[in-house]
Design a protein around this ligand. Structure first.
Ligand code: C2O
Ligand code: CU
Ligand code: CU
Length: 499
């Protein structure tokens, strides 16, 4: 008995030593990571000596069927980041792509050409369109191949974007530079806003290049600088009292919290899917990957302001914040006002008071679905290309209840629709979430109730995606698929057993 006991206590001692050892090693590794992944801070360090490049407006022609026709070629290129050129990818150029622009009611056709050494896709992020035109992982374009999606623009004026979506490779393709803006106009829009592209209406595509061995490397999560429209240390000359910035977070993983260096407010006028109901003065605007915001900045003659990203509030525990860029700060873009500034339109009190009606009637909800985000799974499942996780009936208004249970930063993006945030943890959404959205950051343990209506396009065979828009997570399978079917129609791809 005594012998057994002492054997047991030796064993127990060994376990304790082992546990202590592992604990020490973990603490050591964390410590090393803590230092190695220390906060990146470029505030006050950026020279702003390069004029901001404005992506050209894509040329288009009108074909015999009246369609507006664009050409987009994904190709290899180079970008000079100061330490010599690095290999990049871009559309119709070296890095990023031209700005596409079309009006509500117009039919568009895009001739997409893939001149990359591997297959890719072009997804129209935020666009309401048929699933077969969406450019998700089911619409692959082989090297040397072409793809000709066509659809009718039918949604409020806003700032959308396009980027590749090949399953498992999206982070890499976007990081290398494949992204561009897609501006939608609405000829019926009433509000007068600064809208002279490249003059008082500036595209601001913020990317986070992760460079290794002379190439933009999509494997790393975070870079140590930011680019605007591919320009490092950019300044923009401003000649009007008000300048409108169309902010797009085109970074694969990084969350930004934009603010002005002197603490003066940014006036947010738009979110992902269009104008806000009313302008909202904010000291900062947080954007997770894929999100957009339109803001106005008011300048005095001769003054200089810096748009900066302060340490973003990620709604996470201390450790998750630290290792997700939650302490990083960047100087992003300098605005230089001329000595004389042209008048700008008066800012109206209301912008688009009824815009959320687009998402449907909250008192006539046909179905509620729950989405639990955790690990690299949504509702306990990973992306399966041949399964429909959800089947939606055309015309239905639904509430999607999304909760991040993960202890990590996640976001939630839905294809095809723009949604309205009905509530955040049971409360009214904050003003920045009062308009239409297609992507939101999901803070830990908080439930977001999203209202959306699936109009126009049913296709039982081709799914749309919903996913975390942190592209590494998406690539690792944090994505699901839904098909939209006509009432009574069966999906033509396998339905997930759980339903
Ligand atoms: Cu920005 Cu599924 O995409
Ligand atoms: Cu999308
Ligand atoms: Cu995620």
């Amino acid at each position: 008995m005594a012998r057994r006991r002492s054997m047991f206590s030796i064993f127990r001692r060994l376990v304790v030593i082992g546990v202590l050892g592992v604990g020490l090693l973990t603490a050591g590794a964390l410590g090393i990571a803590w230092v190695a992944l220390g906060p990146t801070d470029t505030v006050g360090e950026v020279d702003f000596d390069t004029e901001l490049v404005i992506p050209p407006l894509a040329e288009s022609t009108i074909d015999e069927q009246g369609r507006r026709v664009f050409e987009l070629t994904a190709q290899e290129g180079h970008l000079d980041l100061g330490e010599g050129a690095v290999d990049t990818w871009g559309f119709n150029g070296d890095y990023l792509g031209p700005t596409l622009r079309a009006e509500r009611g117009e039919e568009v056709l895009v001739h997409v050409r893939n001149e990359l050494p591997e297959a890719s896709t072009v997804h129209w992020h935020g666009m309401h369109l048929p699933a077969a035109m969406d450019g998700g992982p089911h619409q692959m374009v082989e090297p040397g191949g072409t793809w000709d999606p066509t659809w009718t623009i039918d949604q409020p004026a806003t700032t959308l974007w396009y980027h590749p979506h090949p399953h498992g490779r999206t982070q890499e393709h976007v990081a290398r530079g494949l992204a561009g803006m897609f501006i939608l106009d609405d000829p019926a829009a009433q509000v007068e806003l600064p809208s002279d592209y490249g003059v008082d209406d500036l595209p601001v595509i913020v990317t986070d290049p992760t460079v290794r061995r002379g190439a933009v490397d999509g494997g790393r999560e975070f870079g140590d600088r930011v680019l605007v429209n591919g320009t490092e240390g950019p300044y923009a000359e401003v000649s009007t009292e008000l300048v409108r910035l169309r902010l797009l977070n085109g970074s694969p993983m990084r969350v930004y919290q934009f603010s002005l260096d002197d603490g003066s407010p940014l006036v947010q006028i738009g979110s992902d899917g269009g104008l806000l109901p009313a302008p909202h003065e904010a000291t900062s605007v947080r954007l997770s990957p894929g999100e957009r915001a339109e803001v106005l900045v008011r300048l005095e003659p001769g003054e200089t302001r810096v748009l900066r990203s302060i340490d973003p509030d990620l709604g996470q525990n201390f450790l998750a914040e630290r290792f997700s860029g939650g302490q990083d700060r960047f100087d992003v873009l300098q605005l230089r006002a001329a000595d004389e500034l042209a008048d700008s339109p008066e800012l109206p009190e209301e912008l688009a008071p009824d815009i959320v009606e687009h998402a449907g009637d909250p008192s006539a909800v046909d179905r509620v679905r729950e989405f639990r985000m955790s690990g690299r799974q949504i509702n306990g499942a990973q992306m399966r290309m041949d399964h429909a996780d959800e089947v939606v009936t055309l015309g239905d208004t639904e509430v999607w209840e999304v909760t991040n249970h993960g202890g990590e930063v996640h976001t939630f993006h839905v294809h095809d629709v723009q949604f309205r945030v009905l509530s955040v943890d049971g409360r009214e959404p904050p003003p920045e979430l009062s308009g239409l959205k297609d992507t939101i950051l999901t803070e830990e343990g908080v439930t977001y109730r999203l209202l959306m209506t699936f109009t126009d396009y049913a296709d039982p065979a081709v799914p749309y995606m919903y996913h975390c828009h942190l592209l590494k997570h998406e690539d690792q399978g944090m994505m699901g698929q839904f098909v939209v079917v006509e009432e009574g129609q069966e999906p033509a791809i396998a339905e997930h057993e759980g339903h």
